[in-house]
Design a protein around this ligand. Structure first.
Ligand code: DHB
Ligand code: FE
Length: 279
């Protein structure tokens, strides 16, 4: 069976794409953010994943408000990025893993998750930037990928409890995949931020730090909050923390926090990253 080596989480602010393109890693604004990633690179060098299951929210590149699946899973041989209008460079295509895609889809439908299966799928900054942060250097990506989208754009959104259960089901699917592959789960989004409305610029550091701690010790903690509570606590886009919860859910049982970084702000966002592995 496949081996689930751990979970990586990261924010996905478009401005990061400009900073990477301009090589601003040592710039005073960017250094405390980019310094959060070398410990993840060191961990990845030992964990040696072959495949990444990337849980993220599309922002209008692949799905728009006219058709918005609550949960979607990619089943394409290749995934391309495209111009989203942020002015950031597009990245080389990602090679899919059709065998894991279809096993994941069969497992999730088998566990009564109603998902949309995407045999064509564009991946946006929420997918490409965390990949570029965890696997820097440009050129061909060192892992095959399976994208999983959770809707955090068009209400109604799935509850934290449901996203946690989705993550647990993803973990079971990886664990029952007949393959020698090593799999890492990636969750991207958050943490607190609000891009629009009268609370634009809202950040809640105290909540973010508690969320990061509880994600390690008591991941069910955040499921006591409704989506509306979480929007109030973390901002209209802070709800993207649901991706972190799903990624954590994939690691059944106790986890070890290998690394964490939290830096406020990058653009409008509380930017954070974590590396978790099974205890
Ligand atoms: C920003 C953050 C996001 O999560 C996103 O998807 C787009 C923009 C920002 O802070 O600029
Ligand atoms: Fe976002």
């Amino acid at each position: 069976m496949a081996t689930l080596v751990g979970a990586l989480t990261s924010s996905h602010v478009p401005l990061i794409g400009k900073a990477i393109a301009r090589n601003l890693h040592a710039d005073p604004y960017w250094k405390p953010f980019f310094d959060g990633y070398p410990p993840a690179h060191a961990w990845l060098a030992g964990a040696k994943p072959d495949v990444a299951v990337v849980i993220y929210n599309d922002h209008g590149l692949n799905f728009f408000l006219d058709k918005m699946p609550t949960f979607a899973v990619g089943a394409a041989p290749e995934y391309r990025n495209a111009d989203e209008g942020w002015g950031i460079p597009t990245v080389p295509p990602f090679q899919g893993d059709l065998d894991l895609s279809w096993h994941l889809i069969e497992s999730l439908v088998g566990e009564d998750f109603d998902i949309t299966t995407c045999q064509e799928m564009l991946v946006d900054h929420a997918f490409t930037l965390p990949m570029a942060l965890f696997f820097p250097g440009g050129g061909a990506w060192p892992v095959r990928v399976v994208p999983v989208c959770i809707n955090t754009v068009q209400f109604p959104l799935p509850s934290a409890a449901r996203c946690y259960r989705l993550g647990q089901a993803i973990g079971r699917a990886i664990g029952s995949w007949e393959s020698a592959a090593r799999v890492v789960v990636v969750g991207t989004g958050g943490l607190s931020h609000q891009l629009d409305g009268t609370r634009a610029g809202f950040i809640n550091k105290a909540f973010d730090l508690e969320f990061m701690n509880k994600l390690v010790t008591d991941p069910g903690w955040v499921t006591k909050y409704s989506v509306e509570d979480l929007v109030e606590l973390t901002g209209t886009q802070g709800i993207e923390l649901l991706m972190w919860l799903a990624a954590r859910g994939a690691l059944a049982g106790d986890v070890r926090r290998v690394h964490a970084n939290y830096h406020v702000p990058i653009s409008n966002t509380a930017a954070a990253t974590m590396v978790l592995e099974p205890a």
